[in-house]
Design a protein around this ligand. Sequence first.
Ligand SMILES: Cc1cc2nc3c(=O)[nH]c(=O)nc-3n(C[C@H](O)[C@H](O)[C@H](O)COP(=O)(O)O)c2cc1C
Length: 160
Amino acid sequence: MSRMIVFYYTLEGNSGFAAETAAELAGAEIEQLQVGKEPPKKGLGKFLVGGGAAIRGTDPGLLPVAAQLREYDAVILAYPIWAGKFPPAIGAFLERYDLTGKDVYVITSSSSGNPGKSVQQVAAKTGGVRAYLSLLNPLKHREEAKEQIKAFLEQNQLNG
Ligand SMILES: Cc1cc2nc3c(=O)[nH]c(=O)nc-3n(C[C@H](O)[C@H](O)[C@H](O)COP(=O)(O)O)c2cc1C
């Protein structure tokens, strides 16, 4: 059986909830990606600063991850959609850590339910994404999100 880890970045907890749910249901390890520079958590600044950084791909000062990537052959990346893209933390993670050759899956959280261009962005940096799940603000629809995650894991034979 392959060993799997869930890496997630979250500003407001939705992707954190999705990542924890997926890791628990799959019996996978989990690690939060943390950055030195977060956008403001409230107000318009959140969208302007965060969205601008996502578009420009600004380095957010990603902290080193503790996990040894060579120990895993499957990786789930969970993150929110920012301005139609993945947040800078995910870009920095994919720059620094090589996921080529691993089975890569993506779970996005957004307020539109649309993963934007982010899955193609991840695929371009990792050599391919096996499957993705796009969640609509999972913290507002916890039970539904949990069912969607469960079905996603089952479809991809990732349930623990
Ligand atoms: C900077 C920023 C930009 C965003 N841009 C989008 C977007 O382009 N499309 C969308 O559907 N939601 C967008 N959102 C909403 C988030 O994707 C959504 O609230 C998500 O569930 C938050 O996940 P989190 O709680 O893990 O941070 C944006 C939120 C922020 C903070």
